[in-house]
Write a protein that binds this ligand. Structure first.
Ligand SMILES: C[S@@+](CC[C@H](N)C(=O)[O-])C[C@H]1O[C@@H](n2cnc3c(N)ncnc32)[C@H](O)[C@@H]1O
Length: 203
């Protein structure tokens, strides 16, 4: 028999996943900093506590600082935990609603460079042993599908982050209909759990 309290790697509820990550890897403490806050969807209804520090390149709320995650004004090793939910759309289509709402990249290379530069910046401000929760998902460019997990995993390891866990958020519905289907329609995204180790020479 599986106990109801058992923490599982899958859920339909992202707030359950985040609180379970905090329970397992952050001594139950709230998230300290969210650098891609948008409207704070993670903290809807107060199920997940609102972070002390919140920012976005394009703030939607007064309480959110206007900052580029790649160029943070905080002292080195001053942040205990971060949740990072960057844009994930690669599209030249300016009418794409998700791209308008969340931002987008013009190429796969631009997305990869942004993810890597953001990890380097977050590694600088995180304390040694600090928690980084990275939310991301696979995507299609043109007709080609891109599974981005191997890239993020290898960049995180290259930078000396410790990879601690992986949670999968499932969706019951997806917006839009694909007429000519070339790949399995993705009904999931990921929460990768990283712990910050500094690189040689870093404070
Ligand atoms: C996927 S959305 C985050 C959604 C948010 N977690 C929520 O649940 O409401 C990505 C966010 O990253 C922000 N963003 C894009 N480029 C950024 C940058 N260079 N620095 C900081 N935030 C950035 C976008 O403005 C957008 O609000």
């Amino acid at each position: 028999m599986v106990s109801n309290d058992l923490i599982k790697s899958i859920s339909y509820d992202q707030q359950e996943i985040i609180n379970n990550i905090l329970k397992l890897y952050n001594k139950g403490q709230p998230i300290h900093f969210d650098p891609c806050y948008n409207i704070g969807g993670f903290y809807r209804n107060g199920v997940v506590s609102d972070p002390v520090l919140k920012s976005d390149i394009n703030p939607q709320l007064e309480s959110v600082l206007k900052l580029d995650v790649r160029d943070l004004p905080f002292d080195a090793s001053s942040i205990k935990s971060v949740i990072f939910d960057p844009p994930f759309i690669v599209s030249g289509n300016s009418k794409c609603k998700m791209a308008q709402r969340y931002g987008s990249f013009s190429s796969l290379e631009e997305l990869k460079t942004f993810y890597k530069d953001s990890l380097i910046s977050l590694q600088r401000v995180l304390k040694h042993g600090g928690l980084l929760i990275f939310k991301f998902q696979d995507f299609i460019i043109g007709r080609k599908q891109h599974l981005i997990l191997p890239y993020i995993y290898s960049v995180a390891r290259e930078l000396n982050f410790a990879v601690r866990d992986l949670f999968i958020l499932l969706a019951k519905n997806r917006i839009g209909y694909q007429k000519n289907q070339n790949h399995a329609r993705k009904y999931h995204c990921y929460f990768l759990v990283l712990k910050c180790n500094k690189r040689q020479g870093m404070k």
